[in-house]
Design a protein around this ligand. Structure first.
Ligand code: ADP
Ligand code: MG
Length: 252
């Protein structure tokens, strides 16, 4: 049997806020190791979808399954994170008064409290692992810098590094290129592409240049539902996508 293995399966998921259907009968399947890009106009439900996957919000109906049929809707945020699903929010949240190195150290698998961590010593294997992560996220030269001194783009990379330190199976990344320079955006794209395969990555993004750089499969959300799915060229040529983005039909 060579059935494709989905690491995440959403089926018929709906979520209403005060009578407003933020997610409406959404079904979405992501394969292990995939780099999936989700686009859609503001308010399409993209961030809410991540809230539902991570247990921040519970669906009204539908199923959300991880890997070998683990029902995520029955678990809380902490339990879902422990399964290996990490999320990066839009605004970076790093420990600004600690060094880049310490930020990664604090995030290592089996992480401890800030105090117990900083009052103990870094083991050689931890040092090696921290070095690997810093290299991955282009911050090897910044290990001793205070995180608060980093540029916006570097803070975003540090936060991705903090997630990687936990060795997640799935990484959910919400609009990583927002506020980045063009060069930072390209490096972020390279970083996410280098992580695919080893990790499954779901990226929400608006910047179509960035989407074109990284995307294999693009999923378009609109009014909480899946509008279409395909390559960048396919979705950009799709009349329904042109209509929801530009509010008009494509001329024939
Ligand atoms: P996107 O990320 O695609 O821009 P969101 O998922 O943030 O869209 O929001 C989808 C819709 O759901 C919006 O209209 C938003 O106001 C609404 N919404 C999201 N979260 C909540 C919440 N916790 N309470 C009430 N409304 C919400
Ligand atoms: Mg959003």
């Amino acid at each position: 049997m060579t059935r494709k293995q989905f690491i995440l399966s959403l089926e018929g998921v709906s979520k209403t806020f005060d009578g407003f259907k933020a997610i409406n009968d959404l079904s979405l399947y992501v394969e292990e190791g995939e780099l999936r890009v989700i686009i859609g106009p503001n308010g399409a439900g993209k961030s809410t979808m991540l809230d539902l996957i991570t247990g921040r919000t519970r669906p009204d109906s539908g199923t959300i399954e991880f890997a070998d049929k683990t029902d995520l809707t029955a678990l809380n945020e902490y339990q879902i994170n422990r399964l290996g699903i990490g999320r990066k929010f839009q605004t970076p949240s790093v420990y600004v008064d600690h060094t880049v190195f310490e930020n990664i150290w604090l995030s290592l698998e089996g992480s401890r409290s800030l105090w117990s961590c900083l009052s103990s010593r870094v083991t050689p294997s931890q040092r090696e692992r921290i070095g690997q992560v810093l290299k991955q996220v282009n911050l090897a030269g910044k290990a001793t810098a205070k995180a608060g001194m980093l540029s916006h783009g570097q803070k975003q990379w540090l936060e991705i590094g903090m997630l990687l330190a936990q060795n997640p199976k799935v990484l959910l990344v919400d609009e990583p290129a927002a506020g980045m320079t063009d060069e930072e955006t390209i490096r972020t794209g390279d970083l996410l592409m280098s992580l695919a395969g080893k990790h499954t990555i779901i990226v929400i993004e608006h910047d179509m240049v960035f989407v074109r750089q990284i995307a294999r499969t693009v999923t378009v959300l609109h009014q909480g539902s899946l509008l279409c799915e395909g390559t960048v060229d396919e979705v950009q040529a799709d009349e329904r996508v042109i209509e929801v983005y530009l509010g008009r039909k494509k001329k024939t």
